[in-house]
Design a protein around this ligand. Structure first.
Ligand code: 26Q
Length: 801
């Protein structure tokens, strides 16, 4: 389907007239925005209908990507780009006296995720659509996405993110496919002529209404879908209470149901074992599985072949209730025996793990779990019993560790154990991470199910993170190597031809400078800080977490400050930029933000040091800000303690925009390092085995403080109140008392890597070639490649024709 500029223009005109009763020339920005989105959505809807027809015709196997988070960001530019309509739309909008960029800026981010895991899911949907796979994402239509962050005197405050008001235009309600989800109550076992039946009684019923967000593929007519479930009370008012005159109680029960899809939990890599979270998880899992199973049954009149035609992927353990829910549907709703249901379930479900940190491994208290989901709990008990019996029989060597690998133990339901025991495939998200899973976290399962554990290194959709975000670099690449890289990231490697060409370094530098100027302007308006676009832009942008070690970065900046201030050292002018949200209840993370902001105030306002150094904390870091930040970055901070960051994906976004990584051998940094070579990355710090050895030997940060004059002076400086009169006792105590992520241990090595980085930067040719190699080697980290691996090795699906 090709659509001409004239046709597109006519559609816009008609839409403005119909919706707002004004002529397109008189439409205001908001009306134009709604009309443009409406027209694009209609085009996608048309293509989606054709996609569905093709899937049906070809009996294609489908993949369902289950995730509590899809951090989609904005859609308008992405859709226009993918549909090849951006240029025409820009002109049509301009012909009517408007600016397409202004409309882009009116769109709120769909912030339906916290960070890496959610953004990964969004990149994957994009690559699935672009490569013609039949794919559906399932999640929740949160009314409020990730909170809006405001920084007041260095302290993070959270405000609700009401994205639907302007972002809801993308969502297509599909009440025709609504489902019902059942909570609470009791189960009763009844013997009938067909055997033992389980009946769920006195339950609470919640309606699940699907809203579809269509996902365009690039350079194809294929359109995928992200189906978001909204919760609605089953009986608008509880009529019983209402007629008894208890109006408030009836409204209250509706509010309780609708609370399920109210807000995204703002937690990242740590646990929130709350009732509402469990209800959210079961709500979207149950609605999605019923939807999948009903559609399959309508088409094939049997579920015997469910696993041949569908694969359901579990994005971390958050949707792990897929395991017992699919068992339940097969047994209770379709009369399958346990054994047959087990066979189908365990051939349909695959799982990706995203963390090895013990505090992030999901567990639920049996008390809470069995009260909310009595039938699901009874199935989990049976799964656990059979699993433990199997291990006891077949793996006598594991008899004394059954507790450790069981699904139920210590009064808790262990969701990762459930997934590994039941899914046919388990993968980690980088080579290092997957090795740690095999060797450590899941080593016993690796013995029990040899071959089940695999790796798929994460990827990013480079069409958003390079082509759309950095048009100048994309143009240069296209001029030099053609535009084949847009559909085949591996082709970026052709750019290596120019590895020794200083004229190309100069052009890269010019592009980078323009991107830095744009960011500097943004910083000037938002933070009121004037940063020098000629200085080195060093960026750390990611969720705030102790293990990611923003504190290591900040301590080094403080060290730089003191060297300039008290020793008169002459340094490379640098701008340090941070972007990070902290979980609302994560006190230490918020303290670290306060520390960075106070340090910034001290440095930025210092008459001498402020000439060379600037520190900027960008509030409300999100996808749309990342799209401006990545192209402007020169140094990419990836400095987590080795063994803690499962992969990282920001590292890939920086790299593809020509930033050079300063990082530890953690997550995907390892693979970045292997690809660019040791000369094109600044590695520092302990390796994972060294961290483990240090932990075993005992780690005493106070000993480092006593032995290292530099570190002692820094911590004493903080304690003296030098940083804005605040002594940050919490932070000093944290570093001296436990320093769980070994900031002090890696400090000296980090400082050396920073020195190496700035001296490389001073040599334009050296830096130009480093930057060029990073861009050229980034193709491996395209999510197209990752999706192809999932499709070929895990899902066993082929593109539709
Ligand atoms: C769990 C239970 C209750 C409430 C919240 C949560 C929760 C929510 C989000 C737990 C974890 C997350 C997010 C985790 C995450 O983003 N992990 C990151 O995943 C990326 C994609 O694989 C990796 O690149 C990162 O290394 C990893 O930290």
């Amino acid at each position: 389907m090709v659509i001409s500029k004239q046709e597109l223009s006519a559609l816009i005109e008609k839409r403005v007239k119909q919706e707002f009763s004004v002529s397109v020339k008189d439409a205001n920005d908001r009306q134009m925005y709604q009309a443009v989105i409406g027209v694009v959505r209609d085009i996608l809807q048309q293509k989606r209908a054709e996609t569905v027809a093709r899937i049906d015709e070809q009996d294609a196997k489908q993949v369902y990507y289950m995730s509590m988070e899809f951090l989609v960001g904005r859609s308008l530019k992405n859709n226009l780009y993918n549909l090849g309509l951006e240029e025409d739309m820009k002109n049509i909008v301009a012909d009517n006296g408007k600016n397409l960029n202004v409309l882009y800026e009116m769109e709120p981010d769909a912030g339906l995720g916290n960070g890496g895991l959610g953004r990964l899911a969004a990149c994957y949907l994009d690559s699935l659509a672009a490569q013609d796979y039949a794919a559906t994402g399932f999640s929740i239509r949160y009314e409020f996405g990730i909170f809006k962050q405001v920084i007041l005197d260095g302290w993070q405050m959270e405000f609700p993110d009401n994205w639907l008001e302007m972002g809801g235009a993308w969502l297509l309600p599909r009440p025709d496919e609504a489902q019902e989800v059942f909570f609470d109550g009791e189960i009763e076992e009844i013997w009938s002529k067909d055997g033992l039946k389980t009946v769920h009684k006195n339950y609470d019923k919640v309606r699940a209404i699907p809203y579809d967000l269509l996902i365009s593929g690039y350079g194809t007519d294929n359109v995928g879908v992200l189906r978001l479930w909204g919760a609605k009370s089953s009986n608008e008012f509880d009529m019983g209470s209402f007629s008894r005159g208890d109006y408030l109680k009836s409204v209250e029960s509706a509010a309780k149901a609708e609370a399920i899809s109210k807000v995204l939990y703002p937690a990242d890599d740590h646990l929130e074992g709350k009732n509402l979270r469990l209800r959210q998880q079961y709500f979207f899992v149950s609605a999605s599985l019923k939807n999948i199973v009903q559609n399959h049954f309508a088409k094939y009149k049997t579920l015997d072949n469910l696993a041949d035609k569908n694969v359901i992927h579990i994005n971390d353990t958050h949707p792990s209730l897929c395991v017992p829910e699919l068992m339940r549907i097969l047994m209770d709703d379709y009369n399958y025996t346990w054994d047959k249901a087990w066979d189908i379930t365990t051939k349909t479900l695959a799982y990706t793990n995203h963390t090895v940190m013990s505090e992030a491994l999901e567990v639920w208290s049996i008390d809470l779990f069995s009260a909310r989901l009595p039938r699901i709990f009874s199935i989990i008990k049976e799964i656990n019993k059979r699993f433990c019996e199997g291990v006891y029989q077949n793996h006598p060597d594991k008899r004394n560790i059954i507790d450790k690998i069981a699904v139920l133990s210590g009064g808790m339901v262990h969701m990762a154990n459930l997934c590994v025991a039941c899914c046919y495939s388990v993968n980690g998200v980088s080579g290092l991470h997957s090795d740690i899973l095999k060797r450590d976290l899941f080593s016993d399962y690796n013995d029990i199910f040899p071959g089940k554990l695999t790796n798929v290194t994460n990827g990013i959709v480079h069409r958003r993170w390079l082509c759309q975000s950095n048009p100048a670099l994309t143009e240069l690449l296209t001029e030099l190597i053609g535009d084949g890289f847009k559909t085949d990231g591996a082709k970026l490697e052709d750019f290596l031809k120019y590895k020794d060409d200083a004229t190309i370094y100069a052009r890269l530098e010019e592009i980078k400078l323009q991107n830095k100027q744009r960011l500097a302007e943004y910083i000037r308006t938002k933070n009121g800080i004037n940063v020098d676009p000629a200085s080195l832009f060093d960026v750390q942008a990611k969720r705030l977490h102790e293990y990611k070690r923003q504190l290591l970065n900040a301590l080094h900046i403080y060290d730089l400050y003191r060297r300039v201030k008290y020793k008169g050292e002459v340094i490379q002018p640098q701008t340090f930029i941070f972007g990070a949200k902290a979980s609302a209840g994560y006190f230490m993370a918020k303290e670290i933000i306060r520390f960075i902001c106070a340090l910034g105030n001290l440095i930025n306002n210092d008459p001498v040091v402020g000439k060379y150094l600037k520190v900027v904390f960008l509030a409300d870091y999100k996808v749309s800000i990342a799209e401006m930040l990545m192209p402007a970055a020169e140094a990419s901070e990836q400095i987590s303690l080795a063994g803690k960051e499962a992969s990282g994906t920001g590292n890939m976004k920086f790299m593809i925009n020509g930033a050079v990584t300063i990082g530890t051998l953690d997550g995907a940094n390892v693979e970045i390092s292997e690809r660019v070579g040791k000369d094109n990355i600044f590695l520092f710090g302990m390796t994972t085995p060294e961290v483990e050895a240090q932990r075993t030997a005992g780690y005493y940060p106070r000993g480092i403080y006593q032995a290292d004059d530099g570190i002692r002076e820094l911590l004493d400086g903080i304690s003296s109140g030098e940083i804005g009169g605040n002594k940050f006792e919490n932070i000093v105590q944290y570093l001296l008392g436990s320093d769980p992520y070994m900031v002090l241990k890696d400090f000296a090595s980090y400082k050396q890597a920073q020195k190496d980085l700035t001296s490389a930067y001073a040599d334009k040719n050296r830096w130009g070639s480093m930057s060029l190699v990073n861009i050229a080697k980034a193709g491996f980290f395209a999510s197209d490649r990752a999706i192809k691996e999932y499709a070929d090795n895990i899902w066993h699906i082929d593109p539709i024709k």
